[in-house]
Write a protein that binds this ligand. Structure first.
Ligand SMILES: [Zn+2]
Length: 130
C-alpha cells in the first residue's frame, strides 16, 4: 500500500463546517469498515483515508474538562465573559472543543451531559446542558 495515499490533505474539515453552516447538521468522520468516529478529519489507523466518510451524528456528549475564561479570547466573545470552554467526549467517541452556553460558567461541571445548540446564528456548534 502506498502510505502517501492515506495522508489527509487540503481542507479536510470543510464538509463538517459546511454542513453545520448550511444546515446545522453535525458530522463526524467515520471509518466505513470499523465504524470508529473521528474528529477532526483523519484517517483510520487501521483502514486508511479511503475508508473514511462523513456521517451525521447526534451531537451529544459529556463535559470531560473545561476552563473558565474571565477575559475574552476574541473580541466577539467580550459580551460572553465569563464563559466556559470545554473539551467534550462525544457519545460517538471523539473529543470536541466547544463553548458551553445556556448556563452560568460557574455552574459547568465535568461529567455534565450536553447537546449541541441548534437554531442560532453562531458560526460554531455550541453546547448546552442536556
Ligand atoms: Zn477503520
Amino acid at each position: 500500500m502506498n502510505d502517501t495515499a492515506n495522508l489527509v490533505q487540503g481542507d479536510p474539515d470543510a464538509p463538517f463546517w459546511n454542513a453545520w453552516r448550511e444546515g446545522e447538521r453535525f458530522l463526524l468522520h467515520r471509518c466505513g469498515i470499523c465504524g470508529r468516529h473521528e474528529w477532526p478529519a483523519t484517517c483510520c489507523i487501521e483502514h486508511g483515508l479511503k475508508a473514511m466518510e462523513w456521517v451525521e451524528v447526534s451531537a451529544s456528549g459529556v463535559v470531560d474538562t473545561f476552563t473558565i475564561f474571565h477575559r475574552a479570547y476574541a473580541k466577539e466573545l467580550a459580551a460572553e465573559v465569563p464563559y466556559a470552554l470545554a473539551v467534550l467526549r462525544l457519545d460517538a467517541g471523539p473529543y470536541f472543543h466547544t463553548r458551553i452556553v445556556g448556563i452560568a460558567a460557574d455552574d459547568v461541571q465535568s461529567g455534565m451531559r450536553v447537546h449541541v445548540r441548534r437554531g442560532q446564528q453562531d458560526p460554531f456548534p455550541l453546547f448546552v446542558p442536556a
